[in-house]
Design a protein around this ligand. Structure first.
Ligand code: PMP
Length: 415
């Protein structure tokens, strides 16, 4: 086998891959994972939830009981669409946000990430257009790139997606003779911006999509994490025939189960189930049954309330640190979710600065991760979900130090 001078093995199957394998990209966040996992680095980069306060002893007892009493069912294959009892539990979770969903329209996925992948496989041919917020979730952009979609970003303001800009994007693409397949949106506590779409905007956005017969993929992993307990109506309630809603247990409980769901109009749900069967045969029964037991036996709404207040304190620590250390940057103050979207001071390129930040023992995600077209060098996403408050503060302090050094160097070369 050939070996490079760095000692890495070349891939002997290089020429055997399908052309589309070329479109798989490591996300900027995963690329950083190994480095930022080092304990001395404060990571404000990833979106890992803080699950340290989960009732582990109770969960362990519940899992043990599940295997002992229902082991042969839990360890067996299940239905491709998901276990019917669990579909009912999911409908209850959706009801907590005010969405009345028929369990027959739900299908269980391996996290909402798989749901994004399946929706893209089902609807997007290479070269088709997907509309997404500007900026948008890096993991969805990776899927869209892998399936060779062209992503067009639609600008937002503080109320969410701008309706006129959305309509213009649809009309322009269609005038160009291009197929626009869906609008991908994260209306609640958006990743990476932390912003939510106002109720009025929800009406306008769904109306435009209805008028132009454009499917909406509504991705909502953070909807129950409003810091004041506030929730918003799902786009799927405003236009049930035209919205495919994606939910997830990752942020409101724990990501380790890798459990999400699709709530879709009947015809689309049928195709989703076929795609799921082709991908995984059936979702994990043991995972579904354990989650079902958690939702049945445990005060999961109370757990979400505890999460909300913990994330609120971390948000406060982040904002305080930004005020103290980065007065010439600007940022939004999110009222839910995991993220702050920071505009760097003039002259700072967040992508170029990142290796020096990591050398300075702090990591963030460069704004460029959240655009399909290279924008975002003037922004960074700071997550306040995982590190405790003192580390959040220390992380922001380190970013400020790196930025100051960056500007000193810049000034020297300018002079
Ligand atoms: N959508 C958004 C907006 C996300 O932030 C994430 C996780 N970071 C996902 C989907 C995927 O979540 P999961 O697959 O764990 O449900």
């Amino acid at each position: 086998m050939a070996v490079t001078t760095q000692g890495t093995h070349l891939d002997p199957w290089q020429d055997a891959y399908a052309a589309k394998a070329d479109n798989l990209r490591e996300s900027e966040i995963r690329a950083l994972f190994a480095v930022v996992s080092r304990p001395e680095v404060v990571s404000l980069a990833g979106g890992m939830p803080n699950i340290t306060d989960l009732p582990l002893a109770e969960l362990a007892a519940s899992a043990q009981d599940l295997i002992r009493t229902h082991g042969t069912q839990a360890l067996q294959y299940g239905s491709g669409q998901g276990w019917p009892d669990f579909l009912e539990s999911i409908a209850e979770v959706m009801a907590a946000e005010g969405t009345i969903a028929d369990p027959g329209n739900i299908a269980v996925t391996t996290g909402s990430q798989q749901a994004i992948d399946i929706m893209t496989q089902l609807f997007v041919d290479p070269g088709d257009i997907v509309l997404a917020e500007s900026p948008s979730y890096v993991g969805a952009l990776g899927v869209f790139a892998a399936q060779q979609a062209e992503v067009r970003h639609v600008p937002m303001d503080s109320d969410g997606l701008i309706p006129q800009a959305l309509e213009e994007a649809i009309v322009t693409a269609r005038k160009e003779g291009r197929a626009v397949k869906f609008l991908y949106t994260i209306p609640n506590f958006q990743n990476p911006c932390g912003m939510s779409m106002t109720i009025e905007r929800r009406g306008e956005i769904t109306e435009i999509c209805r008028k132009h017969h454009l499917l909406i993929v509504e991705d909502n992993p953070y909807g129950l994490l409003g810091f004041d307990g506030q929730t918003y109506p799902a786009l799927a309630t405003l236009w049930p025939e035209g919205v495919v809603y994606l939910g997830s247990f990752s942020k409101i409980f724990a990501p380790g189960f890798r459990c999400g769901w699709v709530y879709a109009p009947a015809s689309i749900r049928k195709k989703v189930v076929l795609a799921l069967e082709s991908a995984v045969l059936s979702p994990s029964m043991v995972g579904q049954m354990a989650l079902h037991a958690y939702l049945r036996d445990y005060d999961w709404i109370g757990q979400i309330a505890a999460y909300r207040s913990m994330y609120r304190s971390r948000r406060d620590a982040m904002i305080q640190a930004l005020n103290d250390y980065l007065p010439d940057a600007s940022w939004n103050v999110p009222d839910g979710g995991f993220y702050t979207w920071v505009k760097a001071p003039e002259g700072i390129n967040t992508k170029a600065m990142l290796p020096r930040a990591v050398a300075g023992l702090v990591a963030y995600t460069s704004g460029t991760a959240f655009y399909a077209d290279g924008q975002g060098t003037d922004h960074m996403r700071l997550s306040f979900c995982y590190p405790p408050e003192d580390e959040i503060r220390e992380g922001v302090r380190r970013i400020a130090l790196v930025m100051n050094r960056e500007r000193e160097i810049h000034n020297i070369f300018e002079d």
